[in-house]
Design a protein around this ligand. Sequence first.
Ligand code: FAQ
Length: 331
Amino acid sequence: MYAQGLIGADGETKESGEFLAAFQKRIDAEEKIEPNDPMPEGYRKTLVRQIGQHAHSEIVGMLPEGNWITRAPTLRRKAALLAKVQDEGGHGLYLYAAAETLGVTREQMTEELLSGKAKYSSIFNYPTPTWADIGTIGWLVDGAAIMNQIALCRCSYGPYARAMIRICKEESFHQRQGYEIVMTLAKGSPEQKELAQDSLNRWWWPSLMMFGPSDRDSVHSEQSMAWKIKRFSNDELRDKFINATVPQAEYLGLKVPDPDLKWNEEKGGYDHGEIDWDEFWRVVKGHGKMNRDRIAARKKAWDDGAWVREAALAHAEKRRNRQDAARHAAE
Ligand code: FAQ
């Protein structure tokens, strides 16, 4: 359908000023854009990039927690964790389906993930060495994901916005199950409390990085906000997350590992310390602790699943042939 690459708007456009102005008018009037509507190529590419990367994040995001399914401490914890990881797989599938409405295939998106061309969230390149990490991921990672995704429920592209509404409902359950795990540890023995604190120490800063680079370095924000794909800037969402999460840590009796974190009465929010952007870019560029393992696991799953895809296609073709033959016989 479209000949260009999938990743990102390239800034060049052959569309007329009149066409772009009419499109912007629809956006400004808060109309939802649907798959068969005319849209600028940059808008389509931006959505393919963002939704595709979001889908990859959900699927790669199953790996750090999947690591603990066989080692969950009780049957109740195991059942909840299994359901949560399965939910994340479902989110990935809604999102791939939403991206497919823009004229790309799941195969193309997967190839871009496996070749390193398409990104997925930096957060999933950190290891999960302790059970407390499963609680902390639910509390902080799903908490950060919800903060970002609530805004995406109002995204101008209909299929993405609608997928987000359902996803947010499930993520809020995930956030609560994670918080409950951390609360159990934080109110438990000194060793358990230490596990919870150690996990918070390791996940706090990477969770803040999930919101993307600071506004001054965010290349896509301005255009994405004009198109109402993004409703808030990266820093605005990060600040909202900090303001919501610090009181939760205080309630647990845990210390947020930021010596510069301070309530600012004037702005009605927290000031925070400097984020290590070198670490962020290192991880985004593929040099985090788990990048290689994550992509190797996805590649193995994709290769191992080839026979299933082939069998499903062969079955669909057989069925189509049978239906065609039956139709011809009836004519
Ligand atoms: N990691 O100009 P911006 C979840 C890239 S879902 C890696 O600011 P944009 C559920 C960015 O792609 C988590 N790369 O970009 C779950 C761009 O590179 P590109 C995922 C990042 O798009 C929970 C470049 O940096 N959520 O966790 C990151 O306007 C538990 C410049 O950045 C979503 O994807 C990063 N953290 O804003 C699952 C939400 N940040 O593409 C399992 C939808 C930025 O030019 C367990 N996405 N980059 O090569 C968004 O809202 C946006 O895409 C942002 C980035 C806010 C992530």
